[in-house]
Design a binder for this molecule. Structure first.
Ligand SMILES: [Zn+2]
Length: 456
């Protein structure tokens, strides 16, 4: 089950809500009473933006038992409080379409369990000023965003505010790198001593076997089938969620950005390699062994260059940042070893001919693989992420020129993540949040144990 929230562009205001329960279309039940509510009560969030709405679709929920209905309603109220930032009980009743008595009972339960807290008084045109409710921001999450060579270790509250972060060098030796990561986790959590950390979310440049939690395939990280989840869980005593970087980007956009409500999308993360994440029918696809989405390793050249995966001619050998740099060096004849992809992007923005040619080559090669992805998955949205986004306005036209239109078809919406670094951090945060904002978890009580003390 998942509550989908769509936001207004730029303002970030809640536009509409939809609750998915399996594949069934939805309707609302509240203690046996069927409700069909047009949610026109969004005014408290941003009056000016919301006045522009032609209509707001119906909130739709189906519950098969009163127990499920209560869990579902609790999840909706918790999610509405998270989205709103600060909201009164009356607003919650208007937004959810639930009876005021139901809302009050759920709010009391969430206050007692410490998922939310009561803050300042809000505004009322008439009568008593209401007490505003917000997510308990004493609850925190530790985020690890792993890249080949370095990692970002951060701490966030449940509202998605990043409070402290560190850049940590990591190597191809997993045990040594884990020691450095654990030390950094200790430092960022010590910087926020009042936060009760609820879990660790990890974004990895590779695939994770869902059954074992071990790295199934991460040729650029070079850690082999290492169990990062266990190493971090043992070292911190916290529950750990781990996911591929491209999947994490999809999660970030669904929780905090432009993919809210989208059911079929592909994220293409172009960096040292090419990773893709697939959202199909509203579900992230992992495949039986966690390897779904390895389009970077489909063969496009024969025989082609040797790839990090051991094969030759993979898509990422011609379309990754490394490939663009290699092509640049070939054109230029010589370039210093300190010349990186970032330098290439800057040179292209300065309209230097070889840099522009190298990036044009990279976009043409990206289009080759994109064509296969579109034919196979027919996504509604393709979301590009990575440093490549910096030169998007100059070269994205290459994609539409190079990708032939299918039979009837228009091209999907091709967009980019607004902030690549932030998208990975936010996605890793969403990995943890999605467990706490579920019916089963919102019934429990947040943990209070300090980090790094698994014995307690
Ligand atoms: Zn390969």
């Amino acid at each position: 089950m998942r509550l989908l929230c769509e936001y207004l562009p730029r303002t970030g205001c809640l536009l509409r809500l939809r609750l998915e329960l399996g594949d069934e279309p939805a309707l609302i039940r509240d203690e046996g009473r069927r409700i069909e509510t047009v949610n026109d009560g969004f005014g408290f969030m941003n009056e000016r933006a919301l006045r522009q709405l032609a209509h707001v679709p119906r909130l739709a929920i189906q519950a098969s038992s009163s127990e499920t209905a209560r869990d579902t309603n609790r999840t909706i109220i918790l999610e509405l409080i998270r989205l709103a930032g600060a909201v009164s009980r009356a607003d919650l009743a208007r937004l959810s379409g639930l009876q005021k008595s139901t809302v009050s009972a759920i709010v009391e339960e969430l206050l007692v369990s410490r998922w939310i807290c009561e803050g300042e008084t809000g505004f009322s045109r008439h009568g008593r000023r209401p007490l505003m409710l917000g997510v308990n921001n004493e609850l925190g999450v530790v985020i690890l965003d792993l890249h080949p060579g370095n990692a970002i270790v951060a701490i966030s509250d449940f509202s998605g505010r990043f409070l402290a972060q560190e850049n940590v060098p990591i190597s191809s030796q997993p045990h040594r790198s884990i020691t450095q990561l654990l030390a950094a986790i200790k430092r960022v959590t010590n910087a926020e001593p009042k936060k009760a950390i609820q879990g660790v979310g990890i974004s990895v440049p590779g695939r994770v076997d869902p059954s074992t939690g071990r790295l199934a395939f991460a040729p650029n990280l070079k850690w082999g089938p290492f169990d990062i989840r266990k190493a971090i869980a043992d070292g911190t005593g916290l529950p750990v969620e781990i996911e591929n970087a491209a999947n994490v980007i999809i999660l970030a956009e669904r929780w905090f950005g432009s993919l809210s409500g989208v059911q079929d999308a592909v994220a293409i993360n172009v960096s040292e390699g090419i990773g893709t994440g697939i959202l199909a029918g509203g579900h992230l696809i992992s495949g039986w062994n966690g390897m779904a989405g390895e389009f970077g390793h489909m063969r496009v050249e024969t025989p082609g260059l040797l790839c990090g995966c051991g094969n030759r001619g993979c898509w990422e050998t011609v379309a990754s940042n490394h490939a663009a740099l290699r092509y640049y060096r070939k054109l230029k004849g010589k370039a210093p070893s300190s010349f990186t992809y970032r330098h290439l992007l800057i040179d292209a923005q300065d309209q230097k001919a070889e840099a522009m040619a190298a990036l044009r080559y990279q976009f043409v090669q990206i289009a080759r693989g994109l064509q296969t992805i579109l034919a196979g998955l027919s996504p509604e949205v393709v979301l590009f992420a990575g440093d490549i986004v910096a030169v998007w306005p100059y070269f994205s036209g290459v994609l539409t020129e190079e990708v032939p239109k299918m039979l009837n078809a228009r091209l999907p919406r091709i967009i980019t993540t607004a902030d690549y670094g932030l998208a990975r951090l936010r996605g890793a945060l969403a990995l943890v949040l999605q467990h706490h904002f579920s019916p089963a978890s919102s019934r429990s009580v947040p943990r209070r144990m300090p980090v790094g003390d698994p014995s307690r």
